[in-house]
Design a protein around this ligand. Structure first.
Ligand code: ZN
Ligand code: ZN
Ligand code: ZN
Length: 260
C-alpha cells in the first residue's frame, strides 16, 4: 500500500508572504498556510519512505507529521525552495544509522554537489553531525529498494527537471511544459500531483487552468495541485477545478490504490 503526504504546498515565498497583508496571507483557513513544496510517498508494505525534495521548512514539516524515517531522497531540481532544508537530512542519517541515497538528474546533481559538497564526503565516524549522502544521477527508471521509480522529465521554463512516479502515483512540481514522451509515463495513474501556481499564466510554472487541461488529457483517477502562490485561497482555487481535481494543503495524506 502506498500513501502520499504533502509536507508543503506553497510556492517559493511560502504563504503567508513576508510583509504581505493580502486576503490569502491573512486568511484564518489553515489550508492557506503553505510551506515550501515537498512530499513523502510511504510504501508501508516494504516499510520505506521516499522524500521528494528538501524544502526550506523540512525540519518543521517533519515535526508536524512525526516523520522519523526517510529511506531515499528524490530531488526534482535544485531551486532554493526545494533544497533549503537539505542540511536537516542529517537527522535522518542519525535515525536510520546509515548513508542515504539522493537521486537527481545531471544538472541538479551538479548543483547539489557544488552547494552541499560537505554532505557527500565522509568526515565523521558517526551519523548526525552532517548529512551523509550518496548522489545518484538518473536518466531512466531505477530501483533503490523494492519498488521501481520512474523519473518524469519536464521543463521548468527552459530548465530540465524531474517529477517521479512510483507505481500508480506520480508527483510533478515546478513544471511549465510536459513533453509527449513524459505524458506517456503519466497514464493509468491513481493519483497525479501537478503544480498550479495561480490563475494567470507564468513563464516557468503551470497555471491552475493549464494544469487542469493536462489532467483532463492524462485522466488520473484523482489529481491534486500543489505549489500555489498567494493569489488564490484554498477555497477560491478549489472553485476553478472540475470533479476529481483537488487543491492540496500542508499535511494532507492521500491513500493510493494499487489497482486504478
Ligand atoms: Zn519551486
Ligand atoms: Zn499575500
Ligand atoms: Zn523551481
Amino acid at each position: 500500500m502506498l500513501e502520499l503526504t504533502f509536507l508543503g504546498t506553497g510556492t517559493s515565498n511560502g504563504i503567508p508572504v513576508i510583509g504581505c497583508d493580502c486576503e490569502v496571507c491573512t486568511s484564518t483557513d489553515p489550508r492557506d498556510k503553505r510551506t515550501r513544496s515537498s512530499a513523502i510517498i510511504r510504501d508501508s508494505e516494504h516499510d520505506r519512505v521516499y522524500l521528494i525534495d528538501t524544502a526550506t521548512e523540512l525540519r518543521s514539516q517533519a515535526l508536524a507529521l512525526g516523520l522519523d524515517q526517510v529511506d531515499a531522497i528524490l530531488m526534482t531540481h535544485a531551486h532554493a525552495d526545494h533544497t533549503g532544508g537539505f542540511d536537516d537530512l542529517r537527522r535522518f542519517n542519525e535515525l536510520m544509522a546509515r548513508h542515504l541515497p539522493v537521486y537527481a538528474n545531471s544538472i541538479t546533481a551538479a548543483m547539489l554537489e557544488a552547494r552541499f559538497a560537505y554532505a557527500f564526503v565522509d568526515q565523521y565516524p558517526f551519523y548526525g553531525g552532517k548529512p551523509d549522502l550518496t548522489l545518484h544521477e538518473v536518466d531512466g527508471p531505477f530501483t533503490p529498494y523494492e519498488r521501481e521509480i520512474v523519473p518524469i522529465p519536464v521543463f521548468h521554463g527552459k530548465l530540465p527537471i524531474l517529477g517521479y512516479r512510483i507505481g500508480p502515483v506520480a508527483y510533478v512540481t515546478d513544471a511549465k511544459t510536459i513533453p509527449d514522451e513524459s505524458r506517456d509515463l503519466l497514464r493509468n495513474l491513481d493519483v497525479l500531483v501537478l503544480n498550479g501556481l495561480r490563475e494567470r499564466s507564468h513563464p516557468t510554472h503551470l497555471s491552475v487552468p493549464e494544469a487542469v487541461e493536462i489532467i483532463a488529457e492524462l485522466q488520473p483517477r484523482r489529481a491534486f495541485l500543489t505549489h500555489l502562490s498567494h493569489e488564490l485561497s484554498h477555497v477560491e482555487a478549489s472553485q476553478l477545478l472540475p470533479d476529481g481535481v483537488e487543491i492540496a494543503y500542508d499535511g494532507l495524506s492521500v491513500h493510493v490504490s494499487d489497482s486504478p
